[in-house]
Ligand binder design. Structure first.
Ligand code: PLP
Length: 396
């Protein structure tokens, strides 16, 4: 039976305004324009046909005026999280943001004061740092450690010490974790929540990768680990990673507590970002209503891609440590075996391998000797990318 998604087709993205692919952008950012981009977290797969059909149908209505988040949209979000993740969201908890990164910045402004301390866990998706620093809050680092299985784990002792400082107001969690691909276990999240409750710390949980979790692992929305956190947490979600819709600038920020919600909305309106993008709403609603079969096919393809990455590293780069990716289409590998500075390895990958990855140092110190590779592309492109990685690393 033919599938719904086409994961062999390789749409030419040059000329589409893609930050991942436009040669001038790559030249300005990385100093190369002819290398294969395997960096920023969007996929080289067309979105679901049901999404494209719904967007085309919306074009039959010739007006694109100011829009509000409509009820069927909220219902689609609620049903998705209920069915996919077993989490019941109430309608009025759903707040809009153009993106999770803008929401993180708005939340920092809304919920903390200049000089307050905010804890984040490097290596971490780099806007976690900028949302704290750019808004003149103080960053407190609780670096992740590597456990005996080679996976990231939380340093709870240090975290407890940090939380006992009264000027720490907020903790920002990445669940599942980017770049390490960890799916935090219920026991880990419960322990975390226990500390947040004991020390009265607010938590932002960025759950944007929640639908892309690999066989054997289950995403735990933070409040499901311990519902006592409901009034102290904000969960950031979006359809953008799961359905490749980041350019439509639509995300859902779930804020169960009315007081926190008021503060967030007031900040949103102050910055003039409150009005949603109609096409983003249409796309997300239909993705959540009709996109599950496509998403299942996508997940199967991404699991095959991950197998391909793991096999390649095991056979072709046996000295390189590849962290076990439990979620996300991002793989994370270590450069220690080359005994060179990470910046030299980065240049070798760019200039010899002709492949663009994300260097680990942008994710914060424990990530310094690592590289992140985006494997969400058709299999032949992935094979080419892996060969380029080997070529670059072999030149060291
Ligand atoms: C953990 C995480 N949060 C947020 C984002 C970006 O979210 P948005 O595009 O909604 O700002 C990304 C994108 O890579 C991400 O990996």
């Amino acid at each position: 039976m033919p599938g719904i998604g086409d994961f062999c087709e390789f749409p030419d993205r040059v000329g589409s305004g893609s930050i991942k692919w436009e040669p001038e952008h790559l030249q300005a950012k990385f100093g190369v324009s002819d290398a294969l981009p395997m960096w920023v977290a969007d996929m080289d797969f067309a979105t679901a046909p049901c999404v494209l059909d719904a967007l085309r149908a919306r074009l039959d209505h010739p007006l694109f005026g100011y829009t509000r988040v409509f009820e069927p949209y909220r219902e689609a979000v609620i049903d998705w999280f209920k069915v996919q993740h077993g989490w019941t969201i109430q309608t009025d908890w759903i707040c809009h943001a153009p993106g999770v990164v803008s929401a993180m910045n708005l939340l920092v402004l809304a919920l903390t004061n200049p000089g307050d301390k905010i804890v984040v866990q490097p290596p971490i998706y780099y806007p976690f740092f900028s949302s704290v620093r750019d808004n003149k809050r103080e960053l407190v680092l609780n670096p992740l450690e590597i456990d005996p299985h080679g996976l990231y784990q939380i340093n709870f002792d240090q975290l407890e010490e940090q939380f006992s400082d009264k000027s720490v107001r907020l903790f920002m969690l990445c669940n599942p974790h980017n770049p390490g691909g960890r799916v935090w276990k219920k026991a880990e999240l419960s322990r975390l929540i226990g500390l947040c409750i004991r020390h009265n710390i607010l938590v932002i949980s960025d759950e944007i990768h929640c639908d892309l979790v690999w066989p054997g692992y289950t995403h735990q929305p933070l409040p499901l680990a311990d519902s006592r956190i409901l009034e102290q947490c904000i969960i950031c979600t979006a359809s953008s990673k799961s359905f490749n819709l980041a350019g439509l600038q639509t995300s859902d920020i779930i804020i169960p507590d009315a007081r926190l919600r008021r503060k967030y909305r007031s900040q949103l309106h102050k910055t003039g970002l409150g009005d949603p993008n109609i096409m983003g709403l249409v796309a997300t609603e239909v993705a959540y209503r009709q996109g599950l079969d496509w998403l299942n096919e996508l997940r199967a393809q991404l699991v095959r891609n991950l197998d391909q990455v793991e096999l390649f590293f095991a056979e072709q780069l046996p000295d390189v440590t590849l962290m076990k990716t439990q979620a996300t289409y991002l793989a994370w590998f270590n450069l220690n075996s080359f005994g060179v500075d990470a910046k030299i390895a980065e240049q070798a990958l760019l200039n010899v391998g002709k492949v663009i990855l994300n260097p680990g140092y942008i994710f914060g110190a424990p990530g310094d000797d690592w590289m992140r590779v985006n494997f969400a592309c058709p299999a032949p492109i992935l094979s080419d990318g892996l060969q380029r990685i080997k070529l670059g690393l072999d030149s060291l």
